[in-house]
Design a protein around this ligand. Structure first.
Ligand code: HEM
Length: 411
């Protein structure tokens, strides 16, 4: 037995990633990290595999040459569990987060130019406007659900404007993309189908009358590059950008606001010193990130990871929030403490390696602007319900609140 196996008594026990686990994910992951960096896992619908929870092993797994997006070796297990994310015509397929090189490189390169830090920074004034318009629409004082009134509409408006999704479809896009990530939700399948159908129609419309937006650019790449971008890849890329581009940000905003409401000293500090916001966003990503676990990787061959043997075809995911907490523990810090002045909030919240989040600069900007606007315009803000009555969305990958009822008074 290798030294790592001795440190990992859970290696033969199965971590069941169910709602009970979800309700206390940070605590559960802390317990797992204390036992070892990798554990057997049972995912939704009985799908089994491994989950990596330690920081160093997470970095290793995210760049391991034997862990790929090609689900071929796991096809039987996936089909038996009834997974539809990989079903052509229904699911979220043919996009960069589902691809290995060289396809990944080609698909990522096509849209990467729209998400560089420089292009993203140009969006700041528009994001400020959207945030202030949403706050203007609130009655001066009362109770509201922040997810519904602010955290949800802000990122959806930003990504919808970037892509060129008309106003009248935004409510549908918001609902469908929220459910598309909740594999346990009864609306999961119909949401994917709805999203795909509407996108197809929109892409046809953009082909007839191109505009200065990302959907038109994708259609043009398809038409001009002679099949270099297939129809399915155009739709897949657009779906990925919609889903990855806002649900993640909605949930980080909610987790960050909740953390501030639970830590009034940190809330006061950030109100008094808004220049701390960019660093605070890193701390929110470390403290309670929204992408709790990575997407699936599949073992292309038998190999060793953290002292255990991963068999070909195994599903492996990386617990990104847990990895960030592990890095804090390695520095002798308590990962559950929120410190918006933390100088080195190391985390893996945007992943690592070739699938590193394309929208990281946009996410950072949106969260920083949104929280800045909220704190400056809403001087009185408190939870309107007991914290333990808050419900987490039923998604294995995502961590975010279904609603965040607050009592508030605007300035
Ligand atoms: C707080 C907000 C966000 C978080 C925490 C986040 C997190 C992540 C993570 C962890 C991954 C890698 C997943 C994996 O390796 O399995 C990823 C990939 C990706 N994200 Fe984000 N994301 C956020 C916002 C955004 C935004 C605003 C966009 C804008 C379009 C975006 C677009 C993407 C894309 C396209 C990928 C796939 C990259 C690739 O496969 O090469 N994300 N994101």
């Amino acid at each position: 037995m290798s030294p790592q196996q001795q440190q990992c008594p859970m290696a033969d026990e199965r971590v069941v990633l169910n709602p009970a686990f979800k309700a206390d994910a940070p605590g559960q992951y802390a317990r797992l990290r204390a036992l070892g960096p990798i554990h057997r896992a049972e995912y939704h619908r009985g799908l089994t595999g491994w989950v990596v929870v330690g920081h160093d092993l997470a970095r290793e797994a995210l760049t391991h040459p034997a862990l790929l997006k090609d689900s071929g070796p796991a096809a039987e297990q996936l089909a038996a569990a009834g997974f539809i994310l990989n079903q052509p015509g229904v699911g979220l397929v043919d996009h960069m987060l589902d691809a290995d090189p060289p396809k990944h490189t080609r698909l990522r390169r096509l849209v990467a130019g729209a998400f560089t830090p420089r292009r993203t920074a140009q969006l700041a004034p528009r994001i400020e406007r959207i945030a202030h318009d949403l706050l203007d629409a609130l009655p001066p004082a009362g109770e509201t659900d922040l997810v519904e009134a602010f955290n949800g509409p802000l990122p959806v408006t930003v990504i919808a404007e970037l892509l060129g999704i008309p106003q009248e479809h935004r409510e549908d896009f918001r609902n469908w993309s929220a459910h598309a990530l909740q594999v346990a939700s009864p609306e999961h399948r119909s949401s994917l189908v709805g999203l795909r159908g509407l996108l197809r129609d929109l892409l046809l419309a953009k082909r007839r009358a191109p505009e200065d937006d990302l959907l038109s650019a994708l259609v043009m790449a398809h038409d001009q590059e002679n099949g270099r971008l297939s129809e399915a890849e155009v739709v897949g890329t657009a779906m990925l950008l919609i889903i990855a581009g806002h649900e993640t940000t909605v949930n980080l905003l909610g987790n960050a606001t909740l953390a501030l409401l639970q830590n009034p000293d940190q809330l006061r500090l950030l109100r008094a010193r808004p220049e701390l916001l960019p660093g605070a966003v890193e701390e929110f990503l470390r403290h309670d990130t929204s992408v709790e676990r990575s997407t699936n990787r599949y073992a292309a061959e038998d190999f060793e990871l953290g002292g255990v043997t991963i068999a070909r075809g195994s599903v492996v995911t990386i617990a990104l929030g847990s990895a960030g907490h592990g890095a804090s523990e390695a520095r002798g810090e308590n990962p559950l403490v929120l410190d918006v002045t933390r100088p080195n909030a190391r985390h893996l919240a945007f992943g690592h390696g070739i699938h590193y989040c394309l929208g990281a600069p946009l996410a950072r900007l949106e969260v920083s602007i949104a929280l800045g606007a909220l704190l400056s315009r809403v001087p009185e803000l408190e939870l309107a319900v007991p914290v333990d009555s808050l419900a987490w969305i039923p998604s294995g990958m995502m961590r975010g609140l279904l609603s965040l009822p607050v009592r508030y008074r605007t300035a």
